[in-house]
Design a protein around this ligand. Structure first.
Ligand SMILES: [Zn+2]
Length: 163
């Protein structure tokens, strides 16, 4: 399993690269992501979160019965808006209230290189948008107000000092 990269680590701010070949290295990365996400009980995980700046993310499916593997994903469409609290494995201590599209259409490739489309609503749509942000170097704290940012930076600094 991979080590979860946390806020402050450079890889989380990089724009992730497209996958060109489904080779052994990519399959190994996906396996690592799967075991990490399962171990951490995450709803989703993007490759940069375990240190690989590649355009891959995982998301727990709507029925919570399986995991969606999205390679070179794009948001083909988004609709409506909804504000909700959002957390992130790379920000273990923080939750931010974030406005997202209520519906999102994701287009991506699976491990076999087959293209698929998923229309999602609510939590899964939010998860897709959150993970897409990771692939573009964007994090939940970027949505916070300046005041919230100050408070959370202070909290995170103190909790790391004491642990
Ligand atoms: Zn996240």
């Amino acid at each position: 399993m991979g080590r979860i990269r946390v806020y402050g680590e450079d890889v989380l701010r990089k724009k992730a690269e497209e996958i060109r070949n489904m080779d052994a290295e990519v399959r190994k990365l996906i396996k690592n992501m799967l075991s990490t996400m399962t171990r951490k009980n995450g709803l989703g995980l993007a490759a940069p979160q375990i240190g690989a700046p590649k355009r891959i993310f995982l998301a727990l499916n709507e029925e919570r019965s399986g995991i969606i593997t999205a390679i070179n994903p794009v948001l083909a469409d988004a609709e409506g808006e909804e504000i909700d609290l959002e957390g992130c494995l790379s920000f273990p201590e923080a939750y931010f209230s974030i406005q997202r599209a209520r519906k999102a259409v994701l287009k991506a490739y699976d491990e076999k290189g087959k293209e698929f489309i998923i229309e999602a609503e609510g939590l899964l749509a939010r998860c897709f948008q959150h993970e897409m942000d990771h692939l573009n170097g964007k994090l939940i704290i970027d949505y916070a107000t300046d005041e919230e940012k100050k408070v959370w930076r202070e909290k995170i600094k103190n909790s790391r000092k004491s642990s």
